[in-house]
Design a binder for this molecule. Structure first.
Ligand code: GAL
Length: 413
């Protein structure tokens, strides 16, 4: 018996290294309940293929902290296998020449034909696929607790900014928090995306925040945008400072608050809490922005790896991310629309179906625009300078006029 055991142990010791397990290390900021649930879909998919998942979470909505962590890892010559990334950050890494070429796998998976050009602009560098887009999120959404609205006497969906403010005031008067908000720069900027679109319309959005046209930026419209941010500020509760976005979603889910202005990752929280759209909560485009979509897309950038075994696992990860069945399963949980246009909307709930339809229509109409807040309108340096102005204004440190002037100078630098 003892002899047999020793023999088995020796055999195991001999065979194990030969079958070295493939693994991926994935750096991301998906730590909220809904986000983690979505990530588990990807993890499960890889593990079924025999690829071990090493999780590298860096908490912090919007990914600022995660980007700092990536820089440290790459600088020290030890990049992770794949990194969740947004818009212009992807292009910045492309320029550094440290990312892998995924053209072969992209050709096999028909990425060129199925991923909208607005996304490809960020996923490809010098004609090479350097990132695999897993979704299309958008920021111009409102999430509402149906029961709270009914109790406050809000019976119809607000269709304009003023109607929204009137509805939120009713909610506040009824004793609820009107707008659940987390006081962090990226969250204020997320609200700003919607207010810009609603106040100035699509042409103003493009001119001022994508082309950075000084005239469009330095205008009465921008001043009105800040005035409206001030109106929203009056409708958040006193404890908003520093609150995480998913905690704010939780306030709407639990019936403490009426509304949240947030990207559709918020839906992941509602779904994770077993809430049903149309019954427990409502999703609508931020009033005055229907027809326009301010998008951001989470993409996985693959870094160049010397180890062949790791590089092979990396290719498996990229292929898995872009597989249509996976894109459906993942985005149903995440709250986003698939990054591929050939994925059916059958498995999605009403908010998800609306997201997919809105993206398709906006893409056709030329009204699918990159989110300012989530790195798809301007590069990170300008985005961060915008954050700073928007947040200081939200906290009453500068008035509307000063905020406009500072935004104009932030765009110049
Ligand atoms: C966004 C990202 C989403 C979601 C959100 C909050 O930038 O695209 O996937 O995670 O941050 O963390």
């Amino acid at each position: 018996m003892k002899k047999q055991l020793i023999a088995a142990a020796v055999a195991a010791a001999i065979t194990l290294p030969a079958a070295a397990q493939q693994s991926v290390e994935v750096l991301h900021w998906w730590t909220a309940g809904g986000e983690a649930a979505a990530l588990n879909v990807l993890k499960g998919n890889l593990e079924k293929q025999g690829v071990k998942w090493n999780d590298m979470p860096v908490a912090g909505g919007g990914g600022e902290a995660a980007m700092t962590a990536v820089r440290a890892r790459v600088t020290s010559g030890n990049p992770p296998t794949a990194v969740q990334m947004l818009g212009f950050d992807i292009q910045d890494w492309g320029k550094q020449g440290v990312v892998a070429d995924m053209n072969e796998i992209a050709a096999k998976g028909d990425w060129d034909k199925t991923v909208p050009l607005a996304l490809q602009k960020f996923s490809k560098h010098n004609g090479k696929w350097i990132a695999a887009p897993v979704n299309i999120h958008s920021t111009n959404w409102i999430w509402a607790n149906k029961d709270v609205l009914a109790k406050a006497g809000v019976t119809a969906e607000p269709k304009s900014f003023d109607e929204f403010i009137a509805a939120a005031e009713k909610v506040q008067k009824a004793g609820f928090v009107a707008i659940a908000h987390g006081g962090q720069p990226w969250q204020e900027a997320t609200v700003f995306d919607s207010v810009v679109l609603s106040t100035g319309g699509i042409d103003y959005y493009k001119k001022a925040f994508i082309d950075l046209d000084p005239k469009a930026l330095n205008s009465p419209t921008t001043e009105k945008v800040f005035a409206r941010m001030g109106q929203i500020r009056k409708l958040v509760d006193k404890d908003f400072s520093g609150r995480d976005w998913n905690v704010a979603s939780g306030m709407v889910i639990s019936g403490k608050a009426g509304f949240q202005i947030m990207g559709d990752w918020a839906k992941g929280e509602f779904v994770n809490a077993k809430k049903v759209p149309g019954k427990d909560f409502a999703c609508y485009r931020f009033p005055g922005t229907q027809g326009n979509v301010a998008f951001n897309t989470d993409q996985f950038v693959m870094f160049k790896l010397a180890d062949a075994n790791k590089a092979a696992a990396q290719q498996k990860l990229a292929a898995a991310i872009m597989e249509p069945g996976f894109q459906s399963a993942f985005n149903v949980v995440k709250g986003s629309a698939p990054a591929r246009t050939d994925v059916s909307d059958a498995a999605f709930d009403d908010c998800g179906k609306k997201a997919i339809k809105d993206v398709a229509e906006a893409s056709k109409a030329g009204t699918l625009v990159g989110s300012i807040a989530h790195g798809h309108a301007v590069p990170a340096s300008i985005k961060n300078a915008f954050y700073d102005v928007i947040t200081r204004h939200f906290n009453g440190q500068i008035d509307d006029k000063k905020a406009v002037a500072e935004l104009v100078s932030a765009a110049k630098n």
